[in-house]
Design a protein around this ligand. Sequence first.
Ligand SMILES: C[S@@+](CC[C@H](N)C(=O)[O-])C[C@H]1O[C@@H](n2cnc3c(N)ncnc32)[C@H](O)[C@@H]1O
Length: 175
Amino acid sequence: MILALIPISYLMMPHFQASERNIYDELLEADIAEALSAYSGDGKSEKGAIGFILAADVYVYIGDLDETFATSFAALSPGGLFAFTVERLDDVAESARLLEASPVSEAPVSQEDYDKGWKLRFTGRFAHSRPYIEGLAKKYGFEIVVHENIVPRRDNGVDIQGHLVILQKHSEGPR
Ligand SMILES: C[S@@+](CC[C@H](N)C(=O)[O-])C[C@H]1O[C@@H](n2cnc3c(N)ncnc32)[C@H](O)[C@@H]1O
């Protein structure tokens, strides 16, 4: 088994290279979609060579997750797990309700944002809706094993609402 870590930024490398944290067989400084493409056919490894992909607090920096799902599906072996956290994009009514009680001044979610499934927030991070994640899981042939509301991070003492998602590959191609 090989344990690999893919941070996109070289600034993170010294952090992970420090001996007490370097538990990895490979440290790849690359975009996650590009790095995973190497595992999905014509790259250095066999198609579907990966058993487990974990991206905690990473897809908050990516809006449209279609390519991420496509490359992750292709890189996983059958039965492989794809686990990640994202910030939660609430529907229009729930977003307006939560903003009323929030100290943060942010534009409410519009119906257009919600229908698209993701939105760039004032923090510079993206939030994703539950139906958007479910739609991509279905499109690429993932089974939803876990989809829970969680607090993936606290910013300046404020809980950030998000989802924990664990998907399992159970077929051999996009549907
Ligand atoms: C907030 S940190 C989370 C790091 C770690 N998962 C944790 O929970 O401590 C976000 C990480 O995502 C990485 N990242 C963001 N976009 C990426 C991309 N397109 N490809 C690879 N890594 C990316 C950044 O380099 C950074 O290391």
